[in-house]
Design a protein around this ligand. Structure first.
Ligand code: COA
Ligand code: AMP
Length: 630
């Protein structure tokens, strides 16, 4: 089969294309052929409305019924605790059914929300699947988020319960989670009725609040439950992601479209099928973790690796190769930043030679731009296809990829290759006209989006329309800018908005600005993402002091760093603050962040004609150079 045929058919006959993919999955009631693609009451495109199913049934029960009960479903490999645990499909099903019963015992049912705030332990995946089993909607929050961020999500999702672990482990530092959850619940207006805590031996939590429960005791009183049938369009989960403002966007994922898209992608993109070992070295708190540690591999009947460690220091820069060898990984997916960390410690990739990684067939990378030096380093040392693919939380799976399971095309460094079937990708200029080859513009997708992509933002459909559909009528705005070359290859150059990507983690500079602006000495501020050789981008704070304030620059920097760690999280890598006299603005008062970013990164920029005072540009450039920022 050729990529071109597959892609062309997906756009010419989307309903035929996706209903064929849907037939590969075990539905309780197959989707109605007359409603493969329809519009809901909000006018949003929906896939498979009326089809009855359960994602957990498709991911677990159906495999056990098909005789795959003894196949390993999850491999938990945890260098930080020295454990490796293999869980078969049958065992995973038993644990999920019991946890689902325990949730039902708390009064959690179809449509209720449950927040999961856990490190990379099997119970995190079990919690997600248990929610799916009873039709409850999980919202997993990355364990690195500080209490105020968790509180915002608790208030927005209004969960009946929070499921957490007593601690996370960052290399050798043990981070107690329960105090963070307690603080978040105190900050939030909504109070979940229960907090269920998985006690880990590294730190046991005090269960001293009303509604606190011990995970094991909770399970010991539960009975396993069967799957609750849901509609394909019922929500499976909410995953909060950074937007332009401080308030995160609750990306809603439905059950049916999501299952069909991920099942398709496992083979078509990652070339993995029943029994193959797939590893995404991400975190369950991010979309990669949702789609490709938990749901995708299990829907396809693969074995998924759940890794609790880092690319380096757990114990060294050879750990990825060790895991690939020990578990026979076929396709491996990770963010480029992780390889930059390995490359720094083991520039010639010597540690790889200690292991037999002959099972590794493809190396996938995503989450941020794959810089050509890292691409070449991987090619030179691995001698297998290195596949960059581009996607985002909103879509839940790839928009551009070199589709290993369809037809492997020539790769070009810096490009995630061509659009994936279902994505009618265009590059538009500010007036909404398509640009020619090699001209940059906004990367957009023509409606309808394929199955799996978000149909709304939780509790705020207007924000969904405003953020994604208002810039160009009939086109989904990805927020990225880029171009296509003469062969149609897509190049993603970066975000057009205030979202930044730090070590593969998506963050909002707006959220950080809100925290910086609250400092009593700060009159005004801008946080911009600037290029960083290791982490891709890091945030830089530019602050203007209130008149008459007497504070040392060092002291202020220390205080602001601490505030961001406590309000957003250490993973934001907010480490540098520069005091400025003025900030460049438009006549209407909007800070010219993109201009500042380009200036600091040393890339060519044009000063917008809307600038209030052009004289500020050389002034601020000299100032930043003086401070060693440029
Ligand atoms: N819980 C608590 N703290 C966390 C955390 C978590 N889950 N993740 C990161 N942090 C903390 C770190 O401990 C560190 O704290 P410190 O400032 O006190 O030392 C801080 O946040 C910065 O972390 P990070 O940016 O991750 O730097 P690092 O040096 O610890 O690790 C990498 C660098 C590249 C190894 C790591 O960022 C990585 O593996 N990135 C891949 C990201 C990824 O998988 N993204 C998913 C998209 S595919
Ligand atoms: P997230 O929602 O966290 O997955 O982040 C999505 C954003 O990360 C995208 O909008 C891009 O800006 C960036 N991104 C993801 N994958 C790639 C890639 N392969 N190349 C360039 N940028 C990427």
């Amino acid at each position: 089969m050729s990529y071109a045929t597959e892609y062309e058919r997906s756009l010419r006959d989307p309903e035929g294309f996706w209903s064929e993919q849907a037939r590969a999955l075990p539905w309780f009631e197959a989707p109605d052929p007359a409603r493969i693609l329809s519009q809901d009451d909000n006018g949003a495109w929906r896939w498979f409305a009326g089809g009855r199913m359960n994602t957990c049934h498709m991911a677990l029960d159906a495999h056990v019924e098909a005789g795959r009960g003894d196949q390993v479903a999850l491999i938990y490999d945890s260098p930080v605790t020295g454990q490796v645990q293999k869980i078969t499909y049958r065992e995973l099903l038993e644990q999920v059914a019991l946890t689902a019963g325990a949730l039902a015992g708390l009064g959690v049912g179809k449509g209720d929300r449950v927040i999961v705030y856990m490190p990379m332990v099997p119970e995190a995946a079990i919690a997600m699947l248990a929610c799916a089993r009873i039709g409850a909607i999980h919202s997993v929050v990355f364990g690195g988020f500080a209490p105020p961020e968790l509180a915002t999500r608790i208030d927005d999702a209004a969960p009946k319960a929070v499921l957490c672990a007593s601690c996370g482990i960052e290399v050798s530092t043990v981070i107690p989670y329960k105090p963070l959850v307690d603080e978040a619940v105190d900050l939030a207006e909504h109070k979940p009725a229960h907090t269920v805590v998985l006690q880990r031996p590294q730190v046991e939590a005090e269960l001293d609040r009303p509604g606190d429960l011990d995970w094991q005791a909770w399970l010991s009183e539960a009975e396993p439950v069967a799957c609750t049938p849901v509609d394909a369009t019922d929500p499976l989960y909410i995953l909060y992601t950074s937007g332009t403002t401080g308030k995160p966007k609750g990306v809603v994922r439905d059950n049916g479209g999501h299952a069909v898209a991920l099942h398709y992608s496992m083979k078509a993109i990652y070339d993995c099928d029943v029994g193959d070992v797939f590893w995404a070295a991400s975190d369950v708190g991010w979309v990669v973790g949702h789609s490709y540690i938990v749901y995708g591999p299990l829907l396809r009947g693969c074995t998924s690796v759940l890794f609790e460690g880092k690319p380096v220091r757990t114990p060294d820069a050879g750990v990825y190769w060790r895991v690939i060898q020990d578990h026979g990984v076929r396709s491996f997916f990770v963010a480029p930043t992780a390889f930059r960390a390995i490359k720094k410690e083991d520039p010639d990739c010597r540690l790889k030679d200690r292991y037999d990684i002959s099972s590794l067939t493809y190396q996938f990378v995503a989450g941020e731009r794959l810089d050509p030096p890292t691409y070449h380093w991987l090619e030179d040392h691995l001698h297998i296809p290195v596949i960059d693919h581009w996607w985002q939380t909103e879509t839940g799976w790839s928009m551009c990829a070199n589709m290993a399971g369809v037809e492997l095309l020539e790769t070009k460094p810096g490009s995630p290759t061509l659009p994936v079937p279902g994505y009618d990708l265009r590059i538009l200029d500010e007036q909404g006209r398509e640009v020619g080859p090699n001209d940059e513009g906004a990367v957009v997708i023509r409606e309808p989006l394929p199955p799996g992509a978000l149909p709304t933002i939780w509790g705020d459909h207007q924000r969904y329309l405003d953020a994604y559909w208002s810039a160009y009528e009939g086109f989904y705005l990805t927020g990225d800018e880029g171009y296509r070359d003469e062969d149609g290859y897509v190049y993603i150059m970066g975000r057009m908005d205030d979202v930044i990507n730090v070590a593969g983690h998506r963050l909002s500079t707006g959220a950080m600005e809100e925290v910086v602006a609250e400092h009593p000495a700060v009159a005004e501020c801008a946080v911009v993402g600037v290029a960083d050789a290791d982490k891709g981008q890091i945030p830089l704070g530019l602050v203007l002091l209130k008149d008459g304030v007497n504070v040392s620059a060092d002291e202020l920097e220390k205080e602001l760093i601490q505030r961001i760690r406590q309000a957003v999280g250490a993973f934001a890598n907010f480490k540098r603050v520069v005091i400025v006299e003025r900030l460049p603005k438009t006549r209407s008062g909007k800070i010219l962040r993109a201009t500042l970013r380009k200036m600091i990164d040393g890339v060519p920029y044009t000063v917008p004609s809307t600038i209030d005072d052009p004289a500020i540009v050389p002034e601020i450039e000299a100032h930043l150079r003086d401070r060693g920022v440029m």
